[in-house]
Design a protein around this ligand. Structure first.
Ligand SMILES: Nc1ncnc2c1ncn2[C@@H]1O[C@H](COP(=O)(O)OP(=O)(O)O)[C@@H](O)[C@H]1O
Ligand SMILES: [Mg+2]
Ligand SMILES: [Zn+2]
Length: 329
């Protein structure tokens, strides 16, 4: 396997490591052998991303430009698809080709189910990469995306973004949002787990958005839209630390975080990232409520030495700076 990792400091598609959330991922290309219909196929130039800080490493089929071809309904059998690719002159399956104009869609669950395991992950990466890059370039009047047989007119720009997903409002229902997982297995698993643990927070009285629908492969989910604003967006508007608004939000977030840490002790599976992107703040006349917008687990986070003052004055500004640097905010 050949690896050539690049620093991505100067690229505009930089990503924060989804595992430690502390470092920018480096990217490279490798040759990857996958087994399809019993035969081993070597894929050239498969993307790989790595975190030099925590060792996170992930293959990604996101550069696979064969989306339209793979999506064509006549290729319901993988064998047929391979034959078609060979006939079309593709000897490496996931080479980037220029994309033709098609409407955006996620493949049906039945379609994904019939893909063999090795191909499945690369296909799923490629699919969400295609949807996300197309949405990033979509015009402000919105962009139709078909998923699970329904059309969603996605509103541009995005509502928000984190290490594992991009979140959009859509025209058909103003009460809900569409969260699309980033193109890597880790992020799809993150959405699957988010779905699984949301009820723990709910049952413990922590306000979280209800999940209305979730893709079994973790590609996307529909969630209730929360009122308020993320702490990441609100933080810079709070004024000096002695200002009443600043004090009010500081106290409310401190109480909320203490409740969360307590709950993580009780339910380790529900340990999430206490990031300013994940905490929503709803300001009233003289009061302030906190909500947890993202329940996706962060098993590698260690809160045993957690210090709220340090979190408030050092960690939050650092995280906001990093979110801005990669375009999440
Ligand atoms: N239910 C929601 N209502 C309103 N905004 C949301 C909602 N879910 C996510 N967002 C916005 O998208 C951002 C990223 O969402 P999040 O679920 O934290 O993604 P990730 O799993 O990548 O961390 C949030 O900080 C917030 O700004
Ligand atoms: Mg988040
Ligand atoms: Zn990392």
């Amino acid at each position: 396997m050949s690896t050539a990792l690049l620093e991505r400091e100067d690229c505009d598609d930089r990503e924060i490591c989804p595992q430690c959330e502390e470092s920018i991922l480096t990217t490279g290309q490798v040759d990857q052998d996958i087994t399809i219909s019993g035969s081993v196929i070597r894929l050239r130039n498969v993307q790989v991303e790595e975190c030099r800080r925590c060792g996170f490493r992930s293959l990604s089929g996101k550069e696979a430009g064969l989306f339209e071809l793979m999506f064509a309904p006549e290729y319901s059998e993988v064998g047929d698809l391979i034959e078609a690719l060979r006939r079309a002159g593709y000897y490496g399956m996931f080479l980037k080709e220029s994309q033709t104009e098609t409407s955006l869609a996620f493949g049906s669950q039945q379609y994904v189910a019939c893909l063999e395991d090795d191909l499945k992950q690369l296909y799923l990466d490629n699919e969400s990469y295609h949807v996300l890059t197309s949405l990033a370039a979509a015009p402000p009047q919105g962009c139709p995306v078909e998923l699970n047989g329904q059309l969603y007119t996605v509103q541009i720009p995005k509502l928000g973004e984190g290490e594992n997903g991009v979140v959009f409002a859509y025209r058909e229902n103003e009460q809900t949002v569409l969260k699309i997982a980033k193109p890597r297995p880790y992020s799809r698993e993150h959405l699957q787990e988010e779905y699984a643990v949301t009820r723990i927070f709910d049952s413990e009285g922590i306000p979280v958005p209800r999940i209305v629908a979730a893709d079994p492969y973790g590609r996307y989910m529909i969630k209730e839209r929360l009122a308020g604003e993320s702490l990441a967006r609100l933080y810079s508007t709070l004024g000096p630390s002695e200002a009443p608004l600043h004090r009010l939000v500081f106290e409310a977030v401190a109480r909320f975080v203490a409740r969360l840490l307590d709950l993580f002790g009780k339910y380790p599976a529900a340990k999430t990232s206490i990031s300013p992107n994940n905490i929503f703040v709803k300001l009233g006349e003289n009061d302030c409520h906190c909500l947890l917008v993202d329940t996706g687990p962060a098993p590698c986070h260690d809160y045993s030495q957690f210090d709220f003052s340090e979190y408030w004055s050092k960690v939050i500004p650092q995280k906001i700076e990093r979110y801005r640097a990669v375009g999440y905010l």
